[in-house]
Ligand binder design. Structure first.
Ligand SMILES: Nc1ncnc2c1ncn2[C@@H]1O[C@H](COP(=O)(O)OP(=O)(O)OP(=O)(O)O)[C@@H](O)[C@H]1O
Length: 688
């Protein structure tokens, strides 16, 4: 029997999706049609039907999304009923599985490394294999990109080299070049791989590979996991790449797969995502059903008309026309501005108007941009006008240099073979440079792990420095069992050094981050978990506090702020009023994609995601000079000339879909008399 509240919360297609009784399902649906609501409803429905919450796992692309979904499910149940429900990113989930079953996955002591660490290792390898490296004209970062691309897309090295380094060319000259370079690249990547293994490092992709390989090969592994897992709920399925798909595939034999996605919102192909993953779901997953949702509850029809128009102009057939259940509302506004300052001032004015006159909160406003860098001007204007804001899509908290300094100590205590952490920690101290550190390092990691780390340091670094650092490490090792206390002690021991190293912005910016780090540390039961998962999570939204970026907000203002986000980080977000910045020629699509039809279409989907975030009011800004450059065609002698008019997404935007405005900021001058007068200085004084 379907309850009344159930009927009120979900429309008939959503109800069918939430209470799906078959084996595996793909919920294919457009923007704002309730995918998130449905996945939350599905988890709640399963719990209500008697499935233990601990046997449901939700997978999303960001920690933020995972937390939000889990919290919303939990809030539907009394007290701690759904406390054991879990939501994670692909990486942190795999990390949890490896920690939970160390024997099964064969990794007990290891350190998860991030992109910076990968680069450091690759640089060491290039230094060691000078001859191979010297024959190539590549940077270490390009080698890392190749390695990661090949693993994520499951392509072989030759194909990966062709695509990444030769723009997928297949002519004879390219073939020759690839044959020449591949052996050297192969040597370097193999050396990188074995260095990683020796130091017991796992990069993000290793986490997925470790789990997926075991599950593919080992029936026992599938059986063990099946005891703990009944339902796997996957959000944003369109963004899964072949490696993630490899991970999901064996789970169809372990539990029931429930995937939710929108092919028109796929914007991660640069990470290897293949939106066709959702198109061939039915063929790939036996015993599966595809269900569709089609009513949009988020945006007004005027906003959707614009989004539909954009998508309909794509050569790809998405078979999607969003229909709103909200009919009234205003037209989207296209604001033509002359420069970024105008654009920023206008956005700020609109937001202040909304706040002061229309009774909106700052939190009702979302500003979207292709890059975070582009919003620097806007941020400056917001700070001046005292508009509170936070930014999404910046650098991750645990990737900041000052945090990494402290985390290095934790990494060493967790894995004494962690060379990167050793170099960072040793060179942190005055008087120890790279050369001395790497000499000491050789001795430190040569041991078998049986001697106390403090003693190892003292032996490897004779003299006062070694004594001091050895004692410190030895003392910190005693707190290894209590992650919160360990972070506090480590910070206290390093504070002076940190304050000196980052003296430019220590007080105003960096110091406060350590309170957050301590808070974060306390929420982890073990050091391994903290290092592994903490690194994978974006702590920028911890307790809703703006950690590294954003204007200076007082705690009381903290909850109400404008969000400035990259479009890539805005998936799943929505707001009453959205500003999409700089939808200008050369930007949508970007000039970098102009020769690649697939990349152009990805840019189109990016704009589509941006437009469909708005509930009631949508404002699009664009640069008037670049528009004029386009329309004047040959007369224009700047570089805009080589942009084909038809490739600009808004080039023939019908007037009926939007309201066009041009920013004309004029100062109201006070009215005055025509002829100059002379000032009478005799008035206002009473001399009597
Ligand atoms: N049946 C419904 N009745 C009322 N409101 C609904 C219903 N379904 C969804 N909504 C509302 O519509 C909005 C969009 O829903 P949701 O975020 O779940 O969509 P989505 O498909 O995940 O969107 P996107 O993929 O674009 O992020 C939300 O504000 C949600 O509360």
């Amino acid at each position: 029997m379907i309850s009344k509240t159930f009927q009120e919360k979900f429309n008939p297609s959503q109800q069918a999706a939430v209470s799906f009784t078959g084996q595996h399902a793909l919920i294919l649906a457009g923007a704002g049609t309730g995918k998130t609501r449905t996945i939350i409803g599905r988890a709640a429905y399963l719990i209500e039907s008697g499935v233990s919450p601990s046997k449901i796992q939700i997978l999303t692309f960001t920690k933020k999304a995972a937390n939000e979904i889990v919290e919303r499910v939990r809030s539907q149940f009394p007290e701690s009923t759904a406390i054991s429900l879990k939501g994670s990113t692909f990486h942190s989930w795999c990390n949890q599985l490896i920690v939970k079953y160390p024997n099964l996955f064969g990794a007990s002591t290891y350190t998860v490394i991030d992109q910076d660490d990968q680069l450091s290792i690759m640089k060491m390898v290039c230094g060691e294999y000078k001859e191979d490296f010297g024959r190539l004209r590549l940077k270490p970062q390009q080698l890392i990109d190749l390695y990661s691309f090949a693993r994520n897309t499951r392509k072989n090295l030759t194909e990966s080299i062709r695509i990444l380094l030769f723009k997928d060319r297949k002519d004879r000259e390219t073939e020759y070049e690839i044959t020449q370079q591949r052996p050297y690249i192969g040597n370097l990547l193999k050396a990188y791989q074995s260095k990683k293994g020796n130091s017991k490092y796992l990069d993000y992709d290793d986490l997925l590979l470790a789990v997926s390989t075991q599950l593919h090969q080992n029936e026992e592994a599938r059986r063990i996991l099946a005891m703990d897992l009944e339902h796997l709920l996957v959000d944003e399925m369109q963004d899964t790449n072949p490696l993630q798909w490899e991970l999901l595939k064996p789970f169809a034999q372990v539990c029931r797969l429930y995937c939710v996605g929108d092919d028109a919102q796929s914007i991660y192909s640069f990470r290897g995502a293949d939106f066709r993953n959702v198109h061939s779901f039915k063929e790939r997953v036996p015993d599966s059903t595809v269900l569709k949702l089609n009513i949009n509850y988020r945006s007004t029809q005027h906003i959707l008309d614009l989004a539909n128009w954009l998508l309909a102009r794509s050569p790809i057939k998405y078979d999607k026309k969003l229909v709103s259940n909200i009919t009234e509302g205003s037209f989207p506004v296209v604001m033509n501005v002359s420069d970024q300052w105008q654009e920023s001032s206008w956005v700020a004015e609109e937001i202040l108007n909304g706040f002061q006159q229309d009774d909106k909160f700052f939190g009702d406003h979302l500003v979207l941009s292709r890059s975070q860098y582009y919003t620097k001007t806007l941020q400056a204007v917001f700070i001046r006008k005292k508009i509170p804001f936070v930014t999404y899509g910046g650098r991750k908290f645990l990737e900041a240099a000052h945090i990494k300094d402290v985390v290095a100590v934790l990494r060493i205590l967790n894995n004494p073979f962690d060379e990167i952490a050793w170099v960072r920690f040793l060179t942190f101290w005055d008087g120890i440079g790279d050369v001395r550190a790497s000499r000491a390092l050789g001795n430190i990691v040569a041991g078998d792990g049986s001697r106390p780390i403090g003693t190892l340091v003292k032996d490897a670094l004779p003299g006062q420095d070694g004594e001091k650092i050895g004692d410190l490490i030895g003392e910190l090792e005693l707190s290894k069992g209590d992650v919160g206390q360990l972070v506090t002690k480590t910070f206290e021991a390093m504070e002076l050094g940190l304050a000196y190293k980052y003296r430019k912005d220590w007080q105003e910016k960096r110091k406060a981050d350590f309170e957050v780090l301590q808070l974060l540390a306390k929420s982890y039961g073990s050091l391994g978990e903290f290092i592994g998962e903490g690194l994978l999570d974006n702590a920028a939204n911890l307790n809703k506090s703006h950690v590294l970026s954003g204007s200076e907000l007082s705690p009381s203002e903290d909850r109400d702020h404008v969000i400035i986000s990259t479009i890539h980080s805005a998936k799943g977000l929505e707001a009453d009023t959205c500003f999409v910045l700089n939808v200008s020629p050369k930007v949508f699509p970007s000039t970098r994609t102009l020769h690649d039809p697939e990349a152009i279409e990805e840019d189109r989907r990016l704009l589509y995601v941006a437009l469909t975030r708005a509930k009631n009011r949508l404002f699009i800004t664009r640069n008037i000079d670049s528009i004029q450059a386009l329309t004047k065609g040959d007369e224009i002698i700047n570089e805009a000339k080589d942009i084909p008019t038809e490739s600009y997404f808004l080039s023939d935007l019908p007037d009926s879909l939007v309201e066009q405005r041009t920013y004309e900021h004029t100062f109201d001058k006070p009215r005055d008399v025509g002829t100059p007068n002379t000032m009478d200085l005799s008035s206002g004084m009473d001399f009597s």
